[in-house]
Design a protein around this ligand. Structure first.
Ligand SMILES: [Zn+2]
Length: 134
């Protein structure tokens, strides 16, 4: 079954501004569906005519990108629901590569911190175990 594509997804496709997986998905859909190709051609034509949808302007300016602090809160799940779903939409549906890269970077930092404190805990347990045996 083919997922329905939205206009903004097609526009993002024209900009090559989607995650690689999504790009491939749309390419496949276009191959199977001449109607969809027509829609894409029409969108492309509108661009030449200077018509830009809000979604397009929004994406091009990266106006919607959450900042790093917000991404950090998102990662920790320390964000109000509406903001959380907005960031989730931005990352997963818009597939913003900049924010995905930022998030991956934050995730890596967080993993390092977790590892360090796990290591400390381990040490602590070992020393108290040694202490108890004496
Ligand atoms: Zn972004």
């Amino acid at each position: 079954m083919r997922p329905r594509l939205t206009q903004s997804e097609l526009e993002a496709y024209l900009d090559e501004d989607l995650a690689a997986e999504k790009m491939a998905q749309i390419e496949n859909a276009l191959r199977d569906d001449p109607k969809l190709l027509e829609v894409l051609a029409m969108l492309n034509g509108q661009r030449d005519a200077g018509v830009h949808s809000v979604g397009e302007i929004w994406r091009r300016g990266h106006l919607s990108c959450p900042d790093r602090e917000q991404l950090g809160s998102y990662l920790l799940g320390a964000m109000p629901d509406d903001q959380h779903s907005y960031v989730k939409f931005h990352l997963e549906k818009i597939g913003c590569r900049i924010c995905q890269a930022n998030l991956a970077d934050l995730q890596r930092q967080q993993d390092e911190v977790t590892e360090i404190s796990a290591g400390r805990r381990q040490k602590y347990f070992q020393s108290s175990a040694g202490y108890l045996r004496e």
